[in-house]
Design a protein around this ligand. Structure first.
Ligand SMILES: *Cc1c(COP(=O)(O)O)cnc(C)c1O
Length: 399
């Protein structure tokens, strides 16, 4: 053993909090301190912590069968895939374990679509500035964040990037080597930036015109977060391929890549795989998560909560305009663009025992569990208000 490096590879700058258990929108430290969780494990715990229906599904499956591999039929996969197909544009689903893997599948599928159609030249994917698609070598190349790529050798070939929302630049970037366009309907890590609905519609038309595939990365904005099952639905368009992850497992690692029959035409037996992908435990939780999100009235309630929260946040931004410049986002995927360093607001909220997540463009993300109650929202608003006041008091003192 060498001293100096921590036993856990030190690739994260972590907060000093450690939690022992959770319940609904709250998590508790070993000492019993309660925190209001408006980060939801980065938009993962859509049904909050320890949701009884999820706990039951997981423990019941845990007593029966954990893993068999994809050498065999997995009934839970067939059920979850059928339900996702019934409720989306998609005809077929591949299961994996994370968001980056779901995007990898999407990129491979888009390339294979063209080669299987005899067009070997089309392999490039156009992405958008400030995008985030994961941390594998290909998804890093797709996101093209210098700070993530630095020092990791040659960037995987096959990605071009244009400014988010810039249709002209996009039109110019399309060549006869372009296979697909990959977009987050709402950029998450980039700072809660929703694409305009008319941009998404124009993007869909442009892809159709050029015979290229549209990939919507709904890993963060999907699964009910915006008050529709998937965010692209607000624009009235459908992608050809859609990687999802985060909330679909409610906290159990699960990713999926949804596609139309046409887009998936090249993905025949042997072309892609995963040892763990879609194992019985993950499928039990995925199906249980979907049970709740598809319940009558669930998404209406998300929209109602979102409206309440965004109105209250607008008032806070008014009152504390020295701290918060703008409130943006959609549904329960909201961003506070800060005038102070966003890390200061995240820390001040930590002092108020409220968890949130930083993002690019100096934004603080609010991603509460979708089951958040009106009382939880009131409490959150109080804590944000207090955090802003504390920051103002500190600035006044140092001035
Ligand atoms: C989180 C995220 C990913 C990567 O997911 P991992 O599970 O961390 O691999 C990809 N795309 C978007 C939009 C995300 O928010």
């Amino acid at each position: 053993m060498t001293t100096g490096i921590t036993p856990v590879l030190p690739t994260y700058a972590r907060f000093p909090f450690a939690f022992e258990r959770g319940e609904g929108v709250r998590v508790f430290t070993e000492a019993g301190d309660e925190f209001l969780d408006f980060g939801a494990g980065i938009a993962v715990n859509a049904l909050g912590h320890a949701h009884p229906h999820l706990v039951e599904a997981l423990t019941e499956q845990a007593q029966k069968l954990w893993h068999t591999s994809n050498l065999y039929t997995i009934p839970g996969q067939e059920k979850l895939a059928r339900r996702l197909v019934e409720n989306t544009f998609a005809d077929t689903v591949f299961f994996c374990n994370s968001g980056a893997e779901a995007v990898e599948c999407a990129i491979k599928m888009a390339r294979k679509y063209h080669t299987s159609g005899g067009d070997e030249a089309r392999y490039r994917v156009i992405t958008f500035e400030h995008a985030f698609h994961g941390r594998t070598l290909a998804t890093l190349a797709a996101g093209r964040q210098q700070k993530h790529l630095e020092g990791f050798g040659p960037i995987v070939d096959g990605f071009d990037q244009v400014p988010f929302g810039d249709l002209d630049a996009l039109g110019e970037a399309i060549t006869d080597e372009t296979a697909a366009v990959l977009i987050e309907p709402i950029q998450g890590e980039g700072g809660i930036k929703p694409a305009e609905p008319q941009f998404l519609r124009a993007l869909r038309a442009l892809c159709d015109e050029h015979g290229i595939l549209l990939i919507a990365d709904e890993i963060q904005c999907g699964m009910g977060r915006t008050g529709k099952l998937f965010a692209h639905e607000w624009a009235g368009i459908a992608p050809d391929i859609m990687p999802i992850a985060k909330a679909i497992g409610g906290g159990f690692p699960l990713g999926a890549c949804l596609a139309t029959q046409e887009a998936a035409r090249g993905m025949t037996a042997g072309t892609h795989g995963s040892t763990f992908g879609g194992n019985p435990l993950a499928m039990a939780v995925g199906n249980a998560t979907l049970d709740i999100i598809l319940e009558e009235g669930f998404l209406d309630r998300v929209q109602q909560a979102a409206l309440k929260l965004s109105q209250k946040l607008a008032m806070i931004a008014d009152e504390h305009s020295g701290i918060i410049e703008e409130v943006r986002g959609q549904g329960l995927m909201l961003g506070l663009k800060c005038r102070v360093p966003n890390t200061d607001l995240v820390a001040a909220l930590g002092d108020e025992h409220m968890l949130v997540v930083g993002a690019g463009d100096n934004v603080v993300r609010l991603l509460p569990p979708l089951i958040v109650s009106d009382a939880d929202l009131d409490e959150a608003v109080d804590r944000i208000s207090s955090a802003c006041a504390a920051l103002e008091a500190r600035t006044a003192k140092s001035a």
